[in-house]
Write a protein that binds this ligand. Structure first.
Ligand SMILES: NC(=O)c1ccc[n+]([C@@H]2O[C@H](COP(=O)([O-])OP(=O)(O)OC[C@H]3O[C@@H](n4cnc5c(N)ncnc54)[C@H](OP(=O)(O)O)[C@@H]3O)[C@@H](O)[C@H]2O)c1
Length: 249
């Protein structure tokens, strides 16, 4: 499709930012969203400097009015919504099950699960009426395996996998596809926080990976572009692992 209209949540850092830049370089019209006006304005300027039409809409994905507004402003500006990347996510406060709390659970699930659900709800409202669309949810390799000390995050990404499959089945007959990508460790702020800000802990974590390294956000962005595009036209309800082989051990 020429100049697809692409919406990205949590686009101001890490994978979301790399994905926005990758779509812009491919000629897409891009709506980036996040919680910070200043960073949003800077990213829009960068996207426009690449020749892309771009807008920023301030959005906290935990708040339904924000998500509805994001989708409605995208359609008001560009007339349609072709691709949505539900990327906003948090590692929450990792810890063992016996140390967790209702607050820590909500701090993770409200963004990773409720945020993805609300995004799907409003994106599919437009795409089902339009009769086309492609949605990519950010899951994780931890959406298919367990990890001690990360139960709440792991459970939230298992939930994203379930949401992806159900939404895919609900959209299929109308030409709306919903897939996920499932990265292993990626070089972003989240990985640094997840490993406690310690280079030694991070190096130890990555040494246990088959590829002995994290992926770059740009590598994840390229996979998202493929899954979102017409090149993957009958791929639906799938979760593509991008983990250097970690999940097949
Ligand atoms: N990095 C990894 O190793 C890894 C591996 C597998 C999957 N993932 C997934 O990939 C996605 C992107 O993560 P990342 O690695 O790029 O992390 P990141 O650099 O921390 O970026 C996450 C982005 O999400 C935003 N965000 C968080 N809560 C939000 C909310 N309630 N509403 C709107 N935006 C919100 C953050 O903005 P604020 O500054 O406002 O918090 C930030 O821009 C996440 O879903 C994550 O779970 C990451």
């Amino acid at each position: 499709m020429n100049s697809p209209v692409v919406l990205i949540t949590g686009a101001l850092a890490g994978i979301g930012r790399a994905t926005a830049l990758a779509f812009a370089k491919e000629g897409a019209r891009v709506v980036v969203s996040g919680r910070h006006d200043d960073a949003g304005a800077k990213l829009v300027a960068e996207l426009r400097s690449l020749g892309a039409e771009a807008e920023f809409v301030k959005t906290d994905v935990r708040i339904e009015d924000d998500v509805r507004n994001l989708v409605d402003k995208t359609v008001a500006r560009f007339g349609r919504l072709d691709v949505a990347v539900n990327n906003a996510g948090t590692e929450g406060q990792p810890g063992v099950v016996t140390d967790t709390s209702a607050e820590k659970y909500a701090g993770t699930f409200d963004t990773n699960v409720l945020g993805t659900l609300l995004s799907l709800k409003h994106e599919m409202r437009v795409m089902l009426a339009q009769g086309s669309g492609s949605i990519v949810n950010l899951s994780s390799v931890l959406g298919r395996v367990g990890m001690p000390g990360a139960a709440v995050y792991v459970a939230s990404k298992h939930a994203v996998e379930g949401l992806t499959k159900c939404a895919a089945l609900e959209g299929a007959a109308a030409g709306v596809r919903v897939n996920a990508v499932s990265p292993g460790p990626v070089e972003t702020g989240m990985l640094d926080r997840f490993t406690g800000g310690s280079e030694a802990a991070k190096a130890g974590f990555l040494a246990a990976m088959p590829a002995k390294r994290a992926s770059t956000p740009e590598e994840i962005a390229q996979a998202i572009l493929f899954v979102a595009s017409d090149k993957s036209s009958l791929i639906n309800g799938q979760s593509l692992a991008i983990d250097g082989g970690y999940s097949v051990q």
